[in-house]
Design a binder for this molecule. Structure first.
Ligand SMILES: [Fe+2]
Length: 145
């Protein structure tokens, strides 16, 4: 259970970082097709942000506390922080790679959740994997020349 709790916290911090980076890109993207990328990143950050509260409460239901500060997030997240303003093609590629990292940690959490018979939590995580698979499709399709 300790391993599951720890992995869940890492996944949560990663989700929050992914949310923040997609919102960052929604705000800061530039170029002639601004609107298209602004909307692409907008759809992603809104979906991920909408999952954050339920994810945190699932972690509380596992009997542990929720990491909820930038210090804790930076200690736990699998996604690198971005402080530069990137060209839009690099934004898409970066978010695509971060999406893969997010799916990887979510799959690990799913396996540990199943091993601990936390089937409700597994369902929640499976839905997150599904949502990120869809984000991956949109990002890959946008990256294609
Ligand atoms: Fe907006």
């Amino acid at each position: 259970m300790d391993e599951l709790q720890q992995a869940a916290k890492v996944a949560f911090a990663t989700e929050f970082s992914f949310y923040l980076k997609s919102h960052n890109f929604h705000w800061n993207v530039e170029g002639p097709d601004f609107k298209q990328y602004h909307d692409l990143f907008g759809g992603i950050y809104e979906e991920v942000y909408a999952s954050i509260d339920a994810f945190a409460e699932q972690i509380r239901a596992l009997g542990t506390y929720v990491p909820a500060s930038y210090t804790r997030f930076s200690m736990l997240t699998q996604i690198e922080d971005e402080t530069a303003i990137l060209p839009k093609s690099v934004m898409v590629q970066t978010l695509l790679e971060d999406n893969e990292k997010t799916i990887k940690i979510l799959k690990l959490v799913y396996q540990q959740s199943e091993a601990n018979n936390e089937f409700g939590f597994s369902n929640f995580i499976a839905e997150r994997i599904d949502a990120h698979s869809k984000h991956g499709w949109m990002l890959r399709a946008s990256a294609k020349e």
